[in-house]
Ligand binder design. Structure first.
Ligand SMILES: [Zn+2]
Length: 634
């Protein structure tokens, strides 16, 4: 922590002391309503777009909404879970623990014994299901949905006095509530009329919290983007307060700065966490599209960087829309909709694709993210075709027959760990790769599963052993300093790339094991022979002494894996098959859903883990060694 950050943290404490002393005054802040005749027209445009959403998509939203209407919730590991009536907004329904109602600055939300698993409480309090109610209300004309929005808003306000309890702890959570309310207001027909009058104080308090306590210095990652998107959107929707102009300018300035600071020129988010990249793309789109709608256009460089971000997602997705789960993810969505991840990715990447065509787009996600505008309306840049090299981000795509029936894709991770100085959301996954064949995932990154509920599982999913790479002496490549901190980080880089029409080769290396008593440098070469759909992996370990080597291959949970000969395995995923053969010096072992040692797991949704096959090949070396693994489509 540098001197500027120390000063800033001390200032935060001062702000809390001042705020605690003036809670009542801030709670009574008055606003001045202005007439703005453009909003009913914008709301009508949105309604027109919503009317074009397919019957299937509507059905899904309405049925999800009907369960919420009964106070049955589905998120993380909770499935159709009864919340009771009234909903307890301070309860973590997964552990049944209730957070204290005291000044939020005094609550340590990371301690499970105090609050339960805070991610569960916060997720519920994002109130994103209110958007489902608004959509169902708009499509069915059933007034019950609108009544429920109002009832829950009142209940939420009554249970959450300003700055009291866990729901006032995180400015990001406050920002997402603001985005939710703005969406509801626009679907309802403008700014919500009487609904806004009831919510005006709490809307002010949310913005006040963000403006005072937004993420700074080492914490300025995706949280800051979310906070500024929420502040911008709320100050555009409800510009009725003394500070509104200031807040809007601050938020817009930060968003424009952060898209450059947190995203590489090639479109890769510096957190090196695919899911968070998807999340911040949505946040950047919401803010930029709203600016465009109201005549406050964001600069061209903002849209150019956003286009590159979408292009990266599109380039690392297979023909089915699956993409590698590199780094942390918490299943967060800027607008929550009942979709699978591939559907969500295809809809997002479709925004830049449809931008260029005359497609009459009425997919729900883009309609909501663009506030009823169509992709052609917004100033995205024309995306180039799917790319292979992301030199700034450190990813390289080796691909044969892209988009075709027998597409084979390996995404090679030669990226840095995460966004310095904390690298909070990075995983120790240097030189790992993701492999898809024929639109089916074979070798995956197993995901994240948890932040707070178990230190053991947290360190497994972010550790080197949960990635398709080499672990040495049982150590992670980088040294953890806490659940959102890596103290010492491997320096990983792409060394060279070569290719012809039939063949492509990429070489990467990292120095994470230089710290061992006998230092080791790991260099990995991936070669894809396009005609035979064969991937050859050559691992070179340079060292002088003796080491334990483990080579990991994590299969998708839909793969069946069996050993066919010593060192030879076959994996079947639906109707696609691959073989994998490891060097004869290795002793291979298959795991599935094993707890001691933890091995053979995947987590697609935060809070849920499922058994899957993991192949671990172990060997001992003495001095430098080279191993070859061959993977072929069958
Ligand atoms: Zn990972």
């Amino acid at each position: 922590m540098g001197p500027a950050e120390v000063v800033s943290r001390v200032a935060d404490v001062g702000r809390h002391v001042a705020l605690r002393a003036s809670l009542t005054a801030i709670g009574q802040q008055q606003c001045r309503r202005l007439e703005d005749s453009d909003w009913p027209r914008r709301a009508r445009n949105l309604r027109d777009q919503l009317a074009r959403v397919s019957a299937r998509e509507r059905e899904r939203v309405i049925s999800a909404s009907d369960r919420w209407l009964q106070h049955h919730a589905t998120f993380f590991s909770l499935h159709d879970f009864p919340l009771g009536d009234p909903i307890d907004w301070h309860r973590d329904y997964s552990s049944d623990m209730v957070g204290p109602i005291k000044y939020s600055g005094l609550i340590n939300t990371r301690v499970r014994e105090h609050v339960g698993d805070i991610k569960y409480t916060w997720e519920l309090n994002r109130l994103q299901h209110l958007v489902l109610f608004a959509l169902a209300g708009a499509w069915t004309q059933n007034g019950d949905y609108w009544k429920e929005i109002e009832a829950q808003l009142i209940s939420w306000k009554q249970s959450n006095p300003f700055m009291m309890g866990v729901n006032w702890k995180s400015p990001l959570e406050a920002a997402i509530r603001l985005i939710t309310w703005a969406q509801v207001a626009l679907i309802q027909g403008g700014k919500g009329g009487e609904w806004f009058d009831r919510a005006s104080k709490t809307i002010y308090q949310h913005q006040y919290l963000i403006s005072k306590f937004y993420s700074k210095h080492s914490s300025a990652n995706n949280h800051l983007i979310g906070e500024m998107a929420g502040l911008y959107i709320a100050s555009v929707f409800w510009p009725y307060y003394r500070e509104s102009t200031l807040w809007r300018a601050l938020a817009r300035r930060k968003l424009v700065a952060e898209i450059v600071r947190q995203v590489e020129a090639d479109g890769v988010g510096k957190e090196r966490a695919t899911e968070y990249q998807v999340f911040v793309i949505e946040l950047f789109l919401l803010a930029g599209a709203l600016g465009h709608l109201i005549g406050d256009p964001f600069p061209q460089e903002y849209w150019a960087r956003l286009t590159r971000m979408l292009e990266f997602l599109s380039s690392i997705s297979n023909r089915s829309g699956d993409l590698p789960m590199f780094g942390d993810g918490d299943s967060g969505q800027a607008v929550w909709l009942p979709e699978t991840t591939p559907e969500r990715i295809q809809r997002l990447t479709g925004i830049s694709r449809d931008h260029e065509t005359d497609a009459v787009n009425a997919n729900l996600r883009s309609t909501l993210l663009l506030w009823g505008q169509s992709p052609q309306d917004i100033p995205l840049c024309s995306p180039s075709q799917k790319l292979e090299a992301f030199p700034d981000g450190g990813y390289y795509v080796l691909v044969a027959d892209r988009g075709g029936e027998n597409e084979m894709m390996a995404v090679f991770d030669t990226a840095q760990l995460g966004l310095p100085p904390l690298n909070a959301h990075g995983h120790a996954d240097a030189l790992s790769f993701w492999l898809s064949y024929g639109g089916e995932e074979f070798l995956i990154d197993p995901g994240t599963f948890t932040y707070y509920c178990s230190a053991e599982w947290r360190s497994y999913f972010r550790g080197t052993g949960a990635h398709n790479t080499v672990r040495i002496d049982g150590q992670d490549q980088s040294v953890s300093g806490g659940i959102f901190l890596w103290r010492e980080t491997a320096d990983c880089r792409l060394e060279q790339v070569e290719g012809t029409d039939d063949f492509v080769e990429a070489v990467g290396s990292h120095d994470g094991y230089r710290r061992l008593a006998d230092p080791v440098i790991h260099t990995r070469k991936l070669q894809l022979f396009k005609k035979s759909r064969t991937l050859v992996i050559t691992d070179r370990l340079e060292c002088e002494g003796a080491h334990d080597i483990e080579l990991f291959f994590h299969f998708s949970e839909t793969c069946q894996v069996r050993q066919v000969a010593p060192g030879s395995f076959e994996a079947l995923n639906r109707n696609k098959r691959i073989s994998i053969r490891v060097d004869s010096r290795f002793k291979p072992e298959l795991y599935r859903g094993c707890e001691k040692p933890i091995s053979g797991w995947v987590s697609r949704t935060f809070g849920i883990k499922e058994p899957s096959f993991t192949l671990v090949a172990r060997a001992k070396i003495s001095g430098s060694a080279e191993f070859v693994t061959e993977i072929a489509a069958l």
